[in-house]
Write a protein that binds this ligand. Structure first.
Ligand SMILES: [Zn+2]
Length: 221
């Protein structure tokens, strides 16, 4: 009975077999030649930083931050723990979309809104988003005082798994696409630090945003 078993694909006539082969050829051509041209954009590619940035917002100094939230912990070179009891009460760990972060409560809530808007408007950018961290009590790299990561008000972002280089005067396409969303929520873009301090992977709560949180009682432990 073996000779009566059917093969997986049968062709009623030689013409249909030829048509099938032609269709298969066209499909293979599409897969190998045409569709790679429409492959996803790599949002880690470098582009020029637009000018001006931050629309009149100002960044916060460590002196200002200490005045508002106190000394966060030890002035270490690498990440150390928050030891300020009042500040600890304001720290939360939460999922902001594609990843979890630990940071100052109102800052984490703001990030959730920002990333939800990016997911809605620019899903391709959103899908390549990653983070290199938010809360980290430490000195500014190459500086003498605390980084704003020490109070959990700053976040470093990656695009397509890559970190943007500091001080090269360029940014990643994805970071440039994200900037209007951060600006709308009064987050200051580190591209504005300029020169050797240009840090476009970095977004932090601006002084204006800190002032509005303070006025609204959101910084009370
Ligand atoms: Zn940073």
């Amino acid at each position: 009975m073996l000779s009566h078993q059917k093969t997986l694909i049968t062709f009623p006539s030689p013409l249909n077999q030829k048509t099938f082969v032609k269709l298969l050829t066209v499909l293979l051509l599409f897969v190998t030649i045409i569709s790679p041209a429409h492959a996803a954009t790599d949002y880690s590619q470098l582009v020029a930083i637009p000018s001006p940035v931050n629309g009149g917002m100002t960044s916060t100094t460590a002196t200002y931050m200490k005045g508002v939230l106190g000394v966060p912990g030890a002035l270490t070179t690498d990440c150390s723990a928050v030891t300020n009891a009042n500040l600890k009460k304001l720290m939360v760990t939460d999922n902001v979309g594609l990843f979890r972060v630990t940071g100052l409560k109102p800052a984490v809530s703001t990030l959730k809104r920002i990333f939800a808007a990016v997911k809605r408007d620019k899903p391709e950018v959103y899908n390549q988003l990653g983070t290199a961290g938010m809360l980290c009590v430490r000195k500014v790299r190459g500086g003498a005082d605390f980084s704003n990561h020490s109070w959990g008000t700053a976040i470093d972002l990656k695009m397509n798994g890559k970190l943007d280089a500091v001080g090269d005067g360029k940014t990643q396409l994805g970071l440039k696409e994200l900037e209007p969303y951060f600006r709308a929520e009064k987050f200051y873009w580190g591209a504005g630090f300029g020169g050797a301090r240009e840090d476009s992977m970095h977004f932090e709560a601006s002084k204006q945003l800190m002032e509005s949180w303070k006025a609204g009682g959101q910084l009370n432990p």
